[in-house]
Design a protein around this ligand. Structure first.
Ligand SMILES: [Zn+2]
Length: 402
């Protein structure tokens, strides 16, 4: 762990120099973690930047290849030597001035699926997760064949790779609420809000990645505690175009209130109920055993009221877009667009919203929140809303470039 931290510091120092020097320091990969499962495997790259990767498979012998931009590999010396589930071993290295590969020898066929990027616990590192599923011989061979074809056309246009590394698509930061010691609300079935919103957020991130017009970063992709202000910091430091926090509502009384609500940040609450929800969500830090510093108003002072007003207008547009799009999927709360003083919605310069996707205290909602079919529909609607809100200009033209 010590070693990992120091290598990241070194890398950041090098990146700092990059501003005055044309030499660009390569991102560091400090660890590769393989988590085998019965039908699927997850490979996580622990990196100093949110690097773009691609994955494909090769036959005879069966291999999985992860291709990355140029990487400064700083892995423990025995990395890749021992077998983990379907992965027998792996090796890594540069294949050209600007590309590197990690090659995994497979004991049984696995095909690559979604790629999800997130920040690590406490920030400072990035996690790029590749999800793989077990496949039969025939589907594996087919996957190998089609990736060979697509690489042929890709290798013919190296400009595409450069374009990928300078990814200019707008960044959406998705923030699954709570985590670690901070459980959030407990559902009537005993399930925790932190788990429900994490599963939902990962599904949403995958949906946005698949849609292709925006980049996405998760503030957490596992069960860890992250202070509220750090979540906001992730969005600001990366110049996110949108920050979206995902939560599950609860009510103390036994009345079966249900439905989704979209919140924007404001010093004045739209109503008493909204104020109560914000007060509850703002307790996340103390629930997680963390005492936050008093919030820093200097940033707001420097950027001025104008920026804040502009951001709030944009946040309202975003919230309205979300409410409109999810109306046919999520039974909407009586007053679905509300405002309150959420600590996590305090970025002065990043349009932000918080979606309570349903009530943990409602059986109807909880059935939906844990259904893959509903999650699929809801994440599609939200992706549409985000893309519509960001409406990246000339996207079709960029893709059509030779
Ligand atoms: Zn919550």
């Amino acid at each position: 762990m010590k070693r990992f931290a120091s290598s990241l510091v070194l890398c950041f120092v090098a990146l700092g120099l990059q501003m005055v020097s044309p030499v660009i320091a390569a991102p560091v990969i400090a660890d590769i973690q393989i988590s085998p499962g019965a039908t699927s495997t997850r490979i996580r790259l622990i990196a100093s930047e949110a690097i773009n990767i691609s994955a494909f498979v090769l036959t005879a012998p069966d291999r999985l290849v992860i291709e990355t931009p140029d990487i400064n590999f700083q892995l423990p010396p025995d990395s890749g030597l021992s077998s983990e589930g379907a992965v027998k071993s792996y090796r890594y290295g540069k294949i050209s001035a600007d590309r590197a590969r990690i090659v995994f020898d497979l004991a049984s066929p696995l095909v690559p699926g979604d790629i999800v990027k997130s920040t690590s616990m406490g920030g400072g590192a990035y996690i790029v997760s590749l999800f793989l599923t077990a496949a039969d011989r025939q589907s594996f061979d087919k996957a190998a064949q089609s990736s060979a074809l697509s690489r042929l056309s890709k290798d013919a246009a190296p400009a595409d790779i450069a374009a990928l590394n300078q990814d200019s698509r707008p960044l959406i930061v998705i923030d699954p609420g709570h985590g670690g010691n901070d459980l959030g609300a407990t559902g009537i079935t005993g399930i925790f809000e932190k788990d429900v919103v994490l599963a939902f957020s990962i599904a949403l991130a995958k949906k946005i990645e698949a849609q292709g017009q925006c980049r996405v970063l998760l503030t957490r992709d596992q069960d860890v505690f992250i202070p509220l202000d750090d979540r906001v910091k992730v969005a600001r430091q990366h110049g996110a175009a949108v920050f979206l926090s995902i939560h599950g509502d609860t009510i103390a009384s036994g009345v079966d209130v249900h439905g989704a609500t979209v919140y924007v940040g404001d010093d004045r609450s739209s109503d008493a109920e909204a104020a109560k929800v914000a007060e509850y969500e703002n307790k996340a830090d103390s629930n997680g055993g963390f005492s936050p510093q008093p919030s820093d108003s200097t940033v707001a002072d420097i950027l001025g009221d104008l920026t804040l007003r502009e951001t709030r207008t944009r946040s309202n547009l975003l919230a309205r877009e979300l409410v409109t799009r999810i109306a046919d999927t999520a039974h909407l709360n009586r007053n679905p667009l509300r405002a309150a003083g959420f600590r996590v919605l305090r970025a002065v310069d990043v349009p932000s919203a918080l979606v309570e996707i349903g009530y943990m205290s409602s059986k109807v909602d909880l059935d939906q929140l844990t259904s893959t079919e509903w999650t699929d529909r809801m994440t599609s609607r939200m992706t549409d809303a985000l893309v519509e809100f960001l409406n990246p200009p000339n996207m079709a033209q960029d893709l059509a470039k030779p």
